[in-house]
Design a protein around this ligand. Structure first.
Ligand code: PMP
Length: 453
């Protein structure tokens, strides 16, 4: 790799969610090109991308038809605003195609630039909604510990990961958490009914603590907690939480930024969970990471309340790049590819991935294997019986990431020894087999590493 590029990066590029000092020491690794599920770095090292970039390149790399769709739109109309009653063909078509496929009556789509501003937009819409309903006191928000809902100023407060709070003066006083369903480390044990009952009780308890339903605006949940370590709730958890929210007149927001667009199997994980939320947020797989875009789906009653409430006034929420036509054109083509075989391939590849990861269950370091579809994790422990996490001081995350990298595999190594998997849906059998085989090699090497154990 060119040294000057590393130096230029060190001198000028501020990286997202990084220790700036550690990054300066280590230097950047440059990804130079990619095709299918394989990425190549600037030294020519090839790796299977077991994390689809940042769980976003669901379609895989190198689809000419996506490039063509973007190029065609760039030539025809590179930009159109949605302000002043204007619009563009691809944005309207994409909204309509998505609404057709979204669960229940999530018929209205507001496009953003990514996931953080999609979540941020829901907060604004929810405040507006309750104000329009004459219930301004409903201004408290609840989310889950180990949840991730983005990195915007207020969204980061719904997020419950320490690095997103420390030093930033969030969360705000109106942002509250209840414990995660974390089946592997739940004080009530791993029995699904007990885990669901505990979460339901915790939500009710939190609502009561905050002064009752008349104070609570909304509850946020990911169908599977992603950045918290791929925590899969028991079947029926989403529905149980949704039912409590409906009973208490609290809006339910499903954050599908990771789980959307085939990651767990269908286009929306909520469909599998048999849940229709009031709001649903997506990003990542919406454009498969080729260009930035996110979206907020709102249900019929939410949209009608906002529309009636505002009357002839503007609902003052919008971005220059809301419903960007190039992103929308990419979204339409990506959707066509998903339905033209990628979802189907992802379901098969997901089954193979889970089978392969489960085959590692007896490895001395593997405490837990969990996942759904092409979204999975293994949790490494020092002592299986006691579920003792890896000592943080040994920096297991960085060591494991580096080792996997050298073995030709990109994974997400979370700080506590959880390895995350979210490969592109286009993975072939041999891609999946390489992921498993290289994971096993990485685990065996880690077992021999005296500094980590
Ligand atoms: N919500 C969830 C569930 C996410 O996983 C993420 C990103 N990982 C976001 C929101 C924020 O999305 P973005 O990074 O596109 O802003």
């Amino acid at each position: 790799m060119s040294t000057s590029l590393i130096d230029l990066d060190r001198a000028h590029l501020v990286h997202p969610v990084a220790s700036y000092r550690t990054h300066e020491q280590l230097g950047v690794r440059v990804i130079a090109s990619a095709s299918g599920a394989t990425v190549t770095d600037s030294t020519g090292h090839q790796l299977v991308d077991g994390f689809a970039g940042l769980w976003c390149v669901n379609a895989g790399y190198g689809h000419e038809s996506i490039v063509e769709a973007a190029a065609k739109q760039l030539r025809t109309l590179p930009y159109a605003t949605g302000y002043f009653g204007l619009g563009s063909e691809p944005a309207i078509e994409l909204a309509a195609e998505l609404a057709k496929r979204a669960p229940g009556d999530l018929n209205h789509v507001y496009f953003t630039l990514g996931g953080s501003d999609a979540v941020d937009s829901t907060i604004r819409f929810i405040r507006y909604y309750w104000n329009m309903r004459g219930k301004a006191a409903k201004d408290q928000f609840i989310s889950l510990e180990q949840g991730y809902h983005g990195s915007s100023t207020i969204g980061a407060g719904l997020t419950a990961l320490p690095a997103f709070h420390a030093g930033f003066s969030v969360p705000y006083a109106w942002q509250h958490k209840i414990p995660s369903h974390n089946v592997y480390r739940n004080p009530v044990g791993s029995d699904p009914a007990a885990v669901i009952a505990a979460s339901v009780a915790q939500l009710r308890q939190k609502v009561a603590e905050l002064g009752g339903p008349e104070r609570v605006a909304a509850f946020y949940a990911e169908p599977i907690q992603g950045s918290g370590g791929v925590l899969v709730p028991p079947t029926g958890w989403m529905k149980a939480m949704r039912d409590v929210c409906r009973e208490l007149d609290i809006l339910f927001v499903a954050d599908e930024v990771i789980t959307g667009f085939g990651r767990t199997g269908p286009l929306f994980a909520c469909s599998e969970d048999d849940v229709v939320p009031d709001f649903l947020t997506v990003a990542k797989g919406l454009t498969s990471g080729y260009v930035p875009m996110g979206a907020v789906f709102m249900s019929e009653h939410v949209y009608q309340t906002l529309a009636d409430g505002a009357g002839s006034s503007a609902v003052g929420h919008g971005y220059t790049y809301s419903a960007h036509p190039v992103s929308a054109a990419v979204g339409l083509e990506v959707l066509r590819l998903y339905e033209g075989g990628l979802l189907e391939n992802g379901r098969k590849a997901g089954a193979r991935l889970m089978e392969g990861l489960n085959s590692l269950k007896n490895h001395p370091l593997v405490g837990d294997v969990r996942g759904r579809g092409m979204l999975a994790a293994i949790e490494l422990v020092v002592d299986k019986e006691k579920k003792t996490p890896f000592p943080a001081a040994a920096q297991p995350s960085r060591r494991i990431f580096d080792r996997a990298w050298n073995n030709g595999l990109v994974i997400r190594a979370f700080a506590d020894g959880v390895l995350g998997y979210a490969p592109p849906l286009c993975c072939t059998d041999s891609d999946i087999d390489a992921i498993i085989q290289r994971t096993k090699l990485t685990l065996d090497q880690t077992l021999e590493d005296p500094d980590v154990r």
